[in-house]
Design a protein around this ligand. Structure first.
Ligand SMILES: Cc1cc2nc3c(=O)[nH]c(=O)nc-3n(C[C@H](O)[C@H](O)[C@H](O)COP(=O)(O)OP(=O)(O)OC[C@H]3O[C@@H](n4cnc5c(N)ncnc54)[C@H](O)[C@@H]3O)c2cc1C
Length: 250
């Protein structure tokens, strides 16, 4: 039952991502058919700089929907069930998560929060509990199997597993959803584990598609002030009231 380490891997992204976003924007403003323009976009006749410049300008106007045509899929491991429960609240996305019904968890890995890892006494308590849960899980499975549950024993024995139990998930989001996800989850107010994962995803996407993701990140970076209010602000940005802004765009 070792501690698990976070890994974020980009599995796939929509091909010709920038050209696709450019084409979608162009179709909105052009009398012509972008289907005819498409070959010129993908063979480089319209330069990347021109495409990127156009996209950046239109995005500033708040016209966001064309970025929904491009999606990215990530595989993530070494995350807790506490994290995945928060992650799947983001509804504009698709998920495939390792099942605790079908996968035996007798030797489950777990995530140790850094605040616990820093205190030896807390680590001891935490690990003792993980070991006790492991024993309870395997004990329950044996009992359930003896009572005819067979392979279905996992299904009920998993009720004793902790939120710290390690999970693996494949997730897909389109660019608009990703930008929104980063605004919420790269913020210092977000919980440490999902924030760590979000920053790793963003780092990858800044390389993949800088025209969309170079400026993505916590909401305060777009707004120029902190929308979290006095109680929750991390203090990096001025508060909304001190900027004279009257409304937060969510
Ligand atoms: C710091 C922080 C603390 C949080 N604390 C809690 C908490 O204590 N308890 C809790 O339950 N959750 C909490 N959440 C989760 C939060 O309420 C959202 O469920 C989560 O962040 C997903 O965001 P979303 O709904 O905007 O994303 P998505 O589900 O991906 O939706 C994206 C956008 O689509 C639109 N949309 C989607 N579905 C609907 C709909 N049904 N109706 C109207 N518009 C829709 C909205 O504009 C939404 O912003 C917290 C989140 C954060 C970042």
């Amino acid at each position: 039952m070792p501690q698990a380490k976070l890994q974020v891997k980009l599995l796939a992204g929509t091909p010709n991502a920038m050209s696709l976003i450019y084409a979608a924007f162009r179709q909105c403003y052009s009398p012509g058919f972008v289907g005819d323009l498409w070959p010129r976009l993908v063979n480089g006749e319209v330069s990347s700089q021109e495409q990127a410049g156009f996209i950046a300008k239109v995005l500033e106007s708040g016209h966001d929907s064309p970025v929904e045509h491009v999606s990215y899929s990530f595989a993530v491991e070494g995350i807790s069930r506490a994290l995945t429960h928060q992650l799947v609240r983001h509804r504009i996305a698709s998920y495939s998560q390792q099942s605790q019904r079908y996968v035996d968890e007798s030797d489950f890995d777990y995530i140790v929060p850094p605040a616990i890892a820093r205190v030896p006494e807390a680590v001891m308590k935490f690990e003792e509990f993980m070991a006790a849960v492991g024993e309870a899980y395997t004990g329950l499975k044996e009992i359930l199997q003896e009572h005819g549950q067979g392979k279905k024993a996992n299904e009920d024995a998993r009720f004793v597993l902790p939120q710290a139990a390690e999970s693996k998930i494949v997730l897909t989001m389109n660019c608009r959803s990703l930008i929104h996800f980063f605004e919420l989850r790269c913020c210092e107010r977000a919980q440490w584990e999902i924030r760590k994962m979000a920053w790793k995803m963003l780092k990858i996407l800044r390389q993949e598609l800088p025209v969309i993701f170079a400026k993505a990140g916590p909401r305060c970076e777009r707004l120029g002030y902190c929308p979290e209010g006095e109680k929750f602000t991390c203090g990096k940005m001025p508060l909304q009231k001190s900027t004279g802004q009257s409304r937060t765009k969510v």
